[in-house]
Structures are given as C-alpha cells and as structure tokens.
Design a protein around this ligand. Structure first.
Ligand code: TRP
Length: 445
C-alpha cells in the first residue's frame, strides 16, 4: 500500500526523498540567478563569507525550527502551529495566526512572481533548443522583447504554473518526492558538467579568486543585510514551506542531520553556480556586477560567443528551470496543505483551484516589471523576515521543551550540548539578526 493511502494525508517514502524535496525547495532562482548577481554587485569574497555566516547563524537554526514544528504538529501551517502553541495561551494564538496568515500570503505572492521569472527561463530554453528565436539585435534586445511583452511573459508563466500544479496535484509521495528524486540529481549532474566545461575552457581560476578571496574593503553594512536577507530566501524560510514539508516526515530522528544536508546542498549549489557563471564572465572579460540582468542578458550574450555555446546555453537554462520548478512546488504545497488539512478539500482540486488563483495573481507581474519588483520587495523584505521572526520566537519561547528539542534526542549523548546551543541561538541571536533585516527593509538604517 502506498504511503499516501496508509497515513491518510500522505508522506515522504524515504528520508532521502524528504532531503531531496527540501533541497529542491531551497535550491532555486535564489541560488542560480540571485546569489551570483548580488555577489557580483557586492564584490565577491567578503560578501560570500558573510553570507556563509548568515546561513549558519540564522538559516540553519530556523531551518531546524520549521522542520521540527512541522514534524511535531503533523499538519498544515495553521494546525501545526496551533497544536504546538496551544498551551501558551494568547501569545500562542497570535503566533499561530501571524505565521499562518503570512505563510498563505507569501505562498500566493511569491509563487505569483516567481513563476513569471521562471517562465522567462523556460523561454530561454526554448530559444536554446531553437523553438523560439533570439533577437538579431543582441541579448539586451532579446530580454527586453520578452520582459516587455506581457502576453509572451504570461504564456511562459502559464506553462510554468502548469508544471508546478501537475506535480503538487499528484501528491507528496507520488508527485513531489518522485519529481524531486529525478530533478535534483539531474540538476547536480548538469551543474557538474558545466563545471567541467569551464574547468576545460578557462576562467575557473579567476572565478574562484573572485568568490573565495575576501576583500573586506568592499564590505558595507548594506552588503551584510543583503546577505542576511538572502539567507532566508535561499533556504525557503519564513513562510512555512519547510514546516509543511516537515509535517510529512515519519520520525524525529534525523531532523538535525536533514537540515544540515539541505543547508549544505543549497550552499554548495549556489557556490558552484557562481563558479560557472563567473568563469564564463571572466573568460570573456565581461562585468561581474551587471545586476539582475547577469543571467538573462550578460550570459546569453556570452554563450553566443564561446565554443560549444549552444549546448552550454541549453544546459544552463534547463538547470535554471529545474531549480525553479522544485521550488515552485514547495510554494504551492504550503497553501494546498492548508486546503487539504484544514478545509478537507481533495488534493487534486486544491492544487488546481489554488494554482489558477496564483496564476491570475501573477498576470500583473507578467505585464509590469514594476509590479513584479513590488511583489518581490513586499515578500522578501517584509513578509519573510516577519514570518521568520515569529517562527523563531515561537520555536524558542512558546514550544514545550519536549517538542522543541525532539530532533536532537537521537544524537549521541542525547544531543544535549547542541540542543542548548540551538535554544540559545533561536531565542536570542536569530530574532535579533532577523529584526535587523526587517528594520533595514523598512529603511531604518
Ligand atoms: N528557496 C527558493 C530559491 O532559492 C525560493 C523559495 C521556494 C522560497 N520556497 C520558498 C523562498 C519559500 C522563500 C520561502 O529560489
């Protein structure tokens, strides 16, 4: 009998399946599009170092917190939060409603614009395989003709949303887990091939120097806060995505190990993508600090001129689509789980209906880059950090100790030292750092 039927609401078949799905959520446009371009803008090495620190101090503690809340609660975000914080009275209810509403809102908002950007990547695959045509006037013109064309952007947004809905409708085990078990290894294989390619054709040395030799004179307060904010986005934190995936786990035993695996995979893949992109950029004497256009304008322009560029271009944009796909899935799953667990809808109906609503919400972003940026800012700068703050405070102060530390219990020596370290971090360090991101978001500095 399949897991789906046995436990009623479904679940991951294996621990590996869970890790790949959670890593699939984490690894996305954030790793392959955003991380390289912000690293380029902030000057490389020193920024990377700060980013790694943020992953360790804010990212990993929150990743554990979300996974353990989901795992112990065993339901959608609202139900898990309310079960685990019920004994905390009013603060518990406030946290439940705060985290719940922010999660649903972020699920809708992020996926709506994320799908438009992912759709652009699908368009570039279509160009790379010769189905769509690039502009004869060059890569800037090609991108403008896409992003400035609402109908075309909306079309690819529709294609991408269909891919996402199709997987989520099929269930946790037979949809999400099965897809990620194929997509994640494929993603790593493509990335490895691209690394071998740049290793053979040059530029890898300068890329590694750029990423790993810190020049602290280039570091600003803005860079630190950007790194902190990105640590959130890249690990899919602050909106219950990891909480929802955690709710499909069968045991507490491996939560600590699993979150470590996810954080490492996410980081290694971001760094590898950075190496590939900057190797191409430096080998062609191009600009690393091109901003958001780095992947959609600079790279296609360079691919047209490097040896084997046609194949490299296919590989790179398929990589981008695969990464975005497994992330989009996790965004939709947060709201679908709510429909299924709380309102008793059938999974397939919930996925289709909610998918259509999110698709509709994405149309304004397809037609207006101003609206897209607005949605991006609203969620990344305000909603995710607020959600993350509430989750950190809930995990640290509202959860019972038995729930809070359940994931550490199976570690050698009962994981007492690690549990104490985590508790201190999630109670004090993480909330303070997140508060800084938030204040920066409202322009307080
Ligand atoms: N982490 C993904 C990326 O790096 C995006 C993403 C998926 C996400 N689910 C999320 C971001 C939930 C925040 C919250 O592209």
């Amino acid at each position: 009998m399949s897991k789906e039927i046995r436990s009623g609401r479904g679940g991951f078949g294996t621990d590996m399946g869970f890790v790949l799905a959670a890593a699939g959520s984490a690894v996305g446009l954030g790793n392959i599009w955003k991380f390289p371009y912000i690293t380029g803008e902030y000057g490389g090495g020193a920024f990377v170092l700060v980013y790694l620190g943020c992953i360790a101090l804010v990212g990993m503690p929150l990743l554990y917190a979300e996974m353990i809340i989901g795992r112990r609660g065993g339901k959608d975000v609202f139900d898990s939060m309310s079960t685990l914080t019920a004994q905390a009275g009013l603060p518990g209810r406030l946290a439940t409603w705060g985290v719940g509403l922010l999660s649903v809102g972020s699920g809708f908002f992020i996926l709506s614009f994320y799908s438009v950007v992912a759709g652009w990547a699908v368009h570039f695959v279509s160009i790379a395989v010769g189905v769509s045509r690039a502009s004869p006037a060059g890569s800037q013109a090609t991108f403008t003709a896409l992003a400035g064309n609402g109908l075309l952007s909306a079309w690819w947004h529709t294609v991408f949303m269909a891919l996402v809905v199709g997987v989520v409708a099929a269930g946790i085990h037979s949809g999400i887990e099965r897809a990620c078990k194929i997509l994640m290894p494929a993603l790593m294989a493509i990335l490895l091939l691209l690394l071998l390619y740049v290793g053979a054709t040059g530029g890898l040395g300068s890329a590694a120097t750029f990423l790993f030799r810190p020049d602290f004179s280039k570091l600003s307060a803005g860079a630190v806060l950007e790194a902190l904010g990105h640590a959130f986005f890249t690990l899919s934190l602050g909106m219950g995505a990891m909480m929802t995936y955690g709710s499909y786990l069968q045991s507490d035993r491996h939560v600590v190990r699993d979150q470590l695996a996810v954080a490492i995979l996410d980081t290694v893949i971001a760094l590898a993508a950075g190496l590939v992109i900057f190797a191409v950029v430096f080998s062609m004497n191009a600009e690393p600090g091109a901003g958001p256009g780095l992947v959609f304008i600079t790279l296609p322009g360079l691919f047209a001129r490097i040896p084997g560029g046609g194949l490299v271009s296919i590989a790179f944009f398929v990589l981008l689509v695969v990464a975005a796909w497994s992330s989009g899935i996790s965004l939709l799953e947060v709201v679908v789980a709510l429909g299924v667990d709380r309102f008793g809808w059938r999974r397939r109906d919930a996925a289709i209906v909610l998918g259509i609503l999110i698709w509709a919400l994405g149309l304004p972003s397809a037609y207006s880059s101003g609206f897209l940026d607005f949605m991006d800012d609203l969620t990344t700068r305000y909603m995710l950090p607020t959600g993350g703050l509430l989750i950190a405070l809930s995990a640290g102060w509202l959860l019972e100790r038995a729930d809070r530390e359940a994931g550490f219990r199976a570690l050698p020596g009962g994981g007492a030292m690690l549990a104490a370290g985590w508790t201190f971090t999630i109670r004090f360090l993480t909330p303070i750092l997140v508060l800084l991101v938030l204040l920066n978001g409202i322009g307080a500095f």
